[in-house]
Design a protein around this ligand. Structure first.
Ligand SMILES: [Ca+2]
Length: 534
């Protein structure tokens, strides 16, 4: 026993001497980072890119690697202790609430004074062309407690703004084979579309002698199969996911609005209800799931006249995709179609925050700043050059994905190789630094060359990526779900039964009684703060 103890003592002395000696020789500062990793990811300290960045910055990092299932529990314990905090939290799923709360308590430090070209040159370079990025990570108290992170799977429009892939999630698709057979043109107005739907219903375009055609199908309030695009001729579109935070939300001349209480909404629903009454709309629009919906496009007999979806082939299959074509947004009683974009933000919060116990925030931030370099950021997000990407770029200087080992997919490779944390992919990196996935690129091309070329949307209609105070979140949590549900319920009934004119005033009154004005005030206050932080 004595022998064992003396051996342990000797070992301890040896270890402390080694550590001490190394520190003296190199004076390499060590930071402790609490980091979220995926369940397939090896610990961060084993990743080649981590070693590369540590060497470049002249620091050491000790990691506490935590996977998703343990994350909340570990975070709560750390913040409850409030002492000896890790120097930083990286990809730790810090929520807005945690950022505000722990920032307010002084456990997380404000970062805005460190975001300078001297300390964070790469991030500052991104900010030069993305002036609204910091406003999106500014909390309601005016401080920035976490670095921005994200990516722009999108394109740069003629106006210089970046538009993301989901800003119009509903592509209208129509059977052009049937149009040709019946001698009809591609509709450009709601009235023309109505006449096309009547012809689809009554003139047996699939030629089987049975009135089995479904002139128009959609999925009521679905994010991609919904009918929000049909409102364009009434002066708006309504693309936000009804299950998300911003259903029916928009901005008109700086004023935040709830679209489902506008006169335009009333007119649009009344108009489309007539189509339902005429049997032009699939009676299953309120009940079908996406499997059922898609099966209609792939039915043995071709029965689907028109529909909405993310893209054409997924619904009707590649063999039939050429029989269908995109339909533009349609003009209507309010004139030319107006496309209001879906709320989509490239910028996320919470991916990197620094605690009060960090001795040298500037040093740590200059280390993490390297992740905002395009080529380093790419490797953080996917995996190293020479592993996830081919060792050499192609003739255009663009990095190409390496072939996954047999039996694995690119997705699995990414899960294992990526090093999660802050980074930012600008739209222009695609095709100049690395390539976007083919189908995503195709969809973006359609968005830009078909929808944007025709409709020239105004981004000011879209509510930005704001932050809410705790009190504001309480108001939202208390009333918004009921308001959305009431709108859904009434809208479905009006589409099926008509009668919207008679019930409209009581509907509006009921929404106010449920707190709609309080909700609008909260949205407006947060919007005004965001504008002020720009
Ligand atoms: Ca038929």
């Amino acid at each position: 026993m004595k022998k064992l103890i003396s051996l342990i003592l000797a070992l301890c002395m040896l270890m402390s001497m080694t550590t001490f000696g190394a520190a003296l020789a190199e004076e390499v500062p060590t930071f402790h980072i609490f980091a979220g990793i995926t369940s397939m990811s090896p610990p961060n300290e084993t990743k080649p890119l981590v070693k590369q960045l540590n060497e470049a910055a002249g620091i050491n990092v000790t990691w506490e690697n935590v996977t998703g299932d343990m994350m909340t529990e570990r975070k709560n314990l750390i913040f409850a202790a409030a002492e000896d905090l890790p120097d930083a939290f990286m990809n730790a799923g810090l929520t807005d609430y945690e950022l505000m709360n722990y920032g307010d308590q002084g456990m997380l430090i404000a970062l805005e004074d460190y975001i300078t070209p001297e300390i964070m040159p790469n991030l500052c370079k991104v900010l030069e062309t993305r002036p609204n990025m910091l406003a999106q990570v500014t909390m309601p108290d005016g401080h920035i407690y976490s670095l921005p992170s994200g990516g722009e799977m999108g394109f740069t429009g003629d106006d210089g703004n970046v538009y993301l892939i989901g800003v119009n999630p509903q592509f209208g698709v129509i059977n052009v084979d049937w149009l040709n057979k019946l001698g009809l043109q591609m509709p450009t107005t709601m009235d023309e579309f109505h006449d096309v739907l009547v012809a689809f219903k009554t003139q047996d375009p699939n030629g089987n002698g049975v009135a089995d055609e479904i002139p128009l199908s959609f999925m009521f309030e679905n994010w991609t199969a919904g009918m929000g695009a049909l409102f364009a001729g009434f002066g708006f579109t309504d693309f936000n996911d009804v299950n998300g935070l911003g259903a029916h939300r928009g901005v008109v001349d700086g004023k935040v609005v709830y679209k489902a209480v506008s006169e335009q909404y009333k007119e649009a629903i009344a108009y489309i209800a007539n189509w339902y009454a005429e049997g032009l709309i699939d009676i299953e629009v309120f009940s079908q799931d996406s499997a059922k919906y898609i099966s209609k496009g792939k039915n043995d007999e071709i029965i689907l006249g028109s529909y909405f979806w993310w893209e054409i082939p997924e619904v009707v299959g590649y063999d039939r995709a050429d029989m269908y074509a995109l339909m533009p947004l349609l003009a209507g009683p309010a004139g030319d179609p107006v496309m209001m974009l879906r709320e989509e933000s490239a910028v996320g919060r919470g991916s990197f925050a620094i605690s009060k116990d960090c001795a040298d925030p500037a040093k740590l931030l200059s280390w993490v700043d390297m992740r905002y370099d395009p080529v380093i950021g790419m490797q953080c997000d996917y995996g190293p050059i020479g592993e996830f990407f081919e060792a050499e770029p192609d003739e255009k200087g663009v990095y190409v994905n390496a072939k996954p080992a047999e039996g694995t997919t690119e997705g699995e490779m990414k899960e294992v190789m990526q090093w999660s944390g802050p980074s930012y992919t600008k739209a222009e990196y695609y095709g100049t630094v690395f390539y976007m996935e083919d189908r995503a690129q195709e969809r973006l091309d359609i968005l830009r060359d078909f929808y944007f070329a025709k409709h020239n949307p105004d981004p000011s209609y879209t509510y930005p990526n704001v932050t809410f105070t705790a009190e504001e979140n309480e108001v939202i949590n208390e009333i918004y779900a009921d308001i959305k549900n009431f709108t859904s319920e009434k809208t479905a009934l009006w589409l099926k039964n008509g009668n919207i004119d008679a019930e409209w005033d009581s509907y509006v009154k009921q929404l106010d009684a449920m707190g709609l004005q309080d909700l609008l005030k909260v949205w407006q206050d947060a919007y005004d703060r965001y504008q002020a932080a720009m």
